[in-house]
Design a protein around this ligand. Structure first.
Ligand code: MN
Ligand code: MN
Length: 256
């Protein structure tokens, strides 16, 4: 069976939007109502948004890997890795940086990725080999200007030498959004060395970044592999240029 992933992703994102925006910045959104597949708390907004996604995907008969519920294996060729709201802390705290992240794999190969940044209504997409798009228009990473680099950099105190080697550090709290910003040329890199992000957070963002020309690696500079798992944790380096990758890997090697 063939699927119109573009229309499916867009429809589900808009349904989620309708349900959650009235909760933006409210105490209700952040009520803890359970624990998710990787042992973090599930907040009310996570549950409401995931219930919508799961009920929309169920009739398609595809496998689903989602942040809260974990893996639903329906024996399909297709697996949808979804984070209904990436950045739920921001959502609850009233910080307008959060997004819907939706990636489709056939077997273990990505075939489609979408990120919907709710408040600016930005819809990012990528198809392997065909490129990355923002609201239907092709996007590309920018060429970094030396001495003017802007990175998103998540650390818990390791490799802070990186901070001294670039001009700006912006930590926005929603890696799906930050990878989209790299893809459209608003940031030069996104680095997370906390061994923290999961495939559901990054699967769509990695595809969109790569299709816009970014280099996406693990902490050793090897191609980052996104596994079909709800609980895997990984480090990630995504940059728009080789020289930035070199600087970052140097700093990682300096501090074993
Ligand atoms: Mn997330
Ligand atoms: Mn989430």
């Amino acid at each position: 069976m063939e699927f119109e992933w573009n229309a499916i992703a867009r429809d589900i994102a808009l349904d989620v939007e309708k349900a959650i925006l009235p909760l933006f910045g409210t105490r209700k959104a952040g009520e803890v109502i359970g624990e998710n597949a990787s042992g973090d708390t599930t907040d009310y907004v996570d549950r409401v948004s995931e219930d919508i996604v799961l009920s929309r995907l169920e009739p398609l008969g595809v496998n689903v890997i989602s942040e809260e519920i974990g893996t639903i294996d329906r024996g399909s060729d297709y697996t949808v890795l979804v984070d209904p709201v990436d950045g739920s802390y921001n959502f609850t705290a009233g910080i307008p940086v959060f997004a819907f992240s939706f990636a489709v794999f056939r077997g273990d190969k990505p075939v489609y990725g979408a990120i919907y940044e709710f408040l600016p209504k930005n819809f990012y997409e990528a198809i392997p080999g065909e490129g990355a798009f923002l609201n239907g228009r092709r996007i590309h990473v920018r060429k970094p200007e030396r001495g003017k680099e802007a990175l998103s950099f998540y650390t818990r105190g390791r490799y802070t030498g990186i901070i001294q080697r670039v001009k700006r550090v912006r930590v926005l709290g929603a890696i799906a959004v930050e990878l989209s910003y790299l893809a459209r040329g608003s940031l030069d890199g996104v680095i997370d060395v906390r061994n923290y992000v999961r495939p559901t957070d990054i699967a769509a963002g990695v595809l969109i970044a790569r299709e816009s020309g970014a280099i996406v690696t693990d902490e050793r500079g090897g191609d980052l592999e996104v596994h079909l798992s709800a609980t895997d944790r990984t480090n990630l380096i995504a940059v728009n240029d080789e020289y930035l990758l070199k600087i970052i890997l140097e700093e990682l090697e300096n501090e074993p």
